[in-house]
Ligand binder design. Structure first.
Ligand code: NAI
Ligand code: MG
Length: 487
């Protein structure tokens, strides 16, 4: 049951299956974004703590260690055990997630169920990762042996804390890597709780380490570390570039990046308008718009534009904004003051540049970081709200005439994470699928994100893929072995 008074049991750094204070002794405060009140003080890790965590992860990765000699199937079973424990503790975890992040309690439960599914999906891969025998020229038996990449650093954001953790841990554990994870400073609590569950599941010491702390200190120490083999990052494009630069300047560690987006959703006038309005609404407003793949440019064909705008504004205006623990709440607070100010600033910029506020357009009260669901019409491509990631409950509805024009405008962005199209015309859909620059294309739906299907970005939305079988590649080195035949 939803319980805002859930007790915080774990607020320290997790290294070698033990909770410890930071070496500096420093802590930071994590807040409830609905009332700005302190939830807990959390140990603030920085470079020295990351060094200790990396040492633990390196030791756990040594040849002959418990982890390296464990049967792959046993590794998969440990992952399944962890998934089952997360499921068993889902009420506590959902309460901690909602308290820390602000998302409605039922949404946290949905995230946790997806997180459990992700770990189970990858658990099944643990003993199914294998190479090829290759008929190479010469007197050789040649084959490939995929090996775990080593110690991986993982830096995750605050929008889906526990889900992002499992997107990172799933492929890392299935391939046999060891982990140093830094949760976002806004939302460290569920990662620490899951760390405790990983010990209970039976993971050997040092395989999983969690160091809460800030980006420019703990995050930077991971990206620039000389003994981390790979860094996986989810967050802003701005920081993604820093992570890549630090990786290059240090030890050329492998890098995978899942960054922002400004994803187009095209709505053609042959669709059922009510259904289209509802899909486009969810595409943008789910998680209060704080989603990397949010459908944040709603392109609507001119024949239904006015009707669509009217219905979209009505739907948004009827959403209940409120405390994340109130069961009638559909829109909770934004995660923190920085996001709150950024989103309000974007709304002001939309107004100034001549877009029309159809509903919302302001904050709600002063107790927390609440913003009314906002719908802008008369949005043009040059406006800041049509170009930059807002990461808040603000929908931009843009008019278009033809498919070719819409494709060109949809692609006129540095991002390329996701794209949607709503149309009954198969050829319209097929041409869009072929032309749009996006890692995921959703047809007559949106946000069909699943553990089984790869997810990631074209252009400046990222590098590499997470989820699906493709997600494993980011955690493997391929070793080619050639043995001379001497008979
Ligand atoms: P951010 O990119 O600063 O933070 C994401 C993670 O990176 C956090 O764990 C943070 O501590 C870490 N980090 C920050 N600076 C770092 C550095 N120099 N080196 C290593 N790690 C570092 O994102 P932020 O500031 O929380 O949000 C800003 C904007 O980024 C949002 O408004 C949104 O547009 C975008 N964003 C996109 C996300 C996505 O899912 N793609 C998630 C979060 C934010
Ligand atoms: Mg930042």
């Amino acid at each position: 049951m939803a319980n805002p008074n859930v007790k915080v049991q774990y607020n320290q750094i997790f290294i070698n299956n033990t909770f410890v204070n930071s070496i500096s002794g420093k802590t930071f405060v994590t807040l409830n974004p609905a009332n700005k009140l302190k939830i807990a003080d959390v140990a603030e890790g920085d470079k020295a703590d990351v060094d200790l965590a990396v040492k633990a992860a390196r030791t756990a990765f040594q040849i002959g260690s418990k982890w390296r000699t464990m049967d792959a199937s046993a590794r998969g079973l440990l992952m399944t055990k962890l998934a089952d424990l997360i499921d068993e503790h889902k009420v506590t975890l959902a309460n901690l997630e909602s308290l820390d992040n602000g998302k409605p309690y039922d949404d946290s439960l949905l995230d946790i169920s997806a997180a459990v599914g992700t770990l189970k999906y990858y658990a099944g891969f643990a003993d199914k990762i294998h190479g090829k025998t290759i008929p190479a020229d010469g007197p050789y038996l040649s084959f490939t042996k995929p090996q775990p990449i080593g110690v991986v650093g993982q830096i995750i954001p605050w929008n889906y804390p526990i889900l992002m953790l499992t997107w990172k841990w799933g492929p890392a554990l299935a391939t046999g890597c060891t982990i140093v994870l830094k949760p976002a400073e806004q939302t460290p609590l569920t990662a620490l709780y899951v760390a405790a569950l990983s010990k209970e599941a039976g993971f050997p010491e040092g395989v999983i380490n969690v160091v809460p702390g800030y980006g420019p200190t703990a995050g930077q120490a991971i990206a620039s570390h000389q003994d981390i083999n790979k860094v996986a990052f989810t967050g802003s494009t701005e920081v993604g570039k820093i992570v890549m630069e630090e990786a290059a300047k240090s030890n050329l560690k492998r890098v995978s990046l899942e960054l922002g987006g400004k994803s187009p959703l095209l709505v053609f006038d042959d669709v059922d308008v009510d259904e289209a309005v509802s899909i486009a609404h969810d595409a943008l407003f789910s998680n209060m718009g704080q989603s990397c793949c949010a459908g944040s440019r709603t392109f609507v064909q001119e024949g239904i534009y006015d009707k669509f705008v009217e219905k979209a504004a009505k739907m948004a205006s009827e959403k209940k904004v409120g405390d994340q623990f109130d069961s009638s709440t559909q829109i909770g607070p934004l995660v923190d003051e920085e996001q709150f100010n950024k989103v309000l600033g974007m709304i002001e910029s939309g107004k100034k540049e001549g877009a029309k506020v159809e509903t919302g357009g302001s904050k709600v009260g002063d107790t927390g970081y609440f913003v009314y669901p906002t719908v802008f019409s008369n949005v043009t491509d040059e406006m800041k709200i049509a170009r930059e990631e807002i990461f808040g409950p603000v929908q931009q509805i843009i008019k278009f005439k033809t498919l070719d024009e819409a494709i060109e405008r949809a692609n006129k962005t540095n991002y390329g994470l996701a794209a949607g199209i709503l149309s009954k015309n198969i050829n319209t859909v097929l041409k869009y699928i072929e032309s749009v620059d996006a890692g995921s294309v959703w047809v007559n739906c949106y946000d069909a994100v699943n553990a089984q299907t790869p997810f990631g970005g074209f252009k400046q939305s990222g590098h590499g893929r997470e989820l699906g079988e493709d997600g494993l590649k980011e955690y493997l080195e391929i070793k080619t072995i050639s043995i001379k035949k001497q008979f």
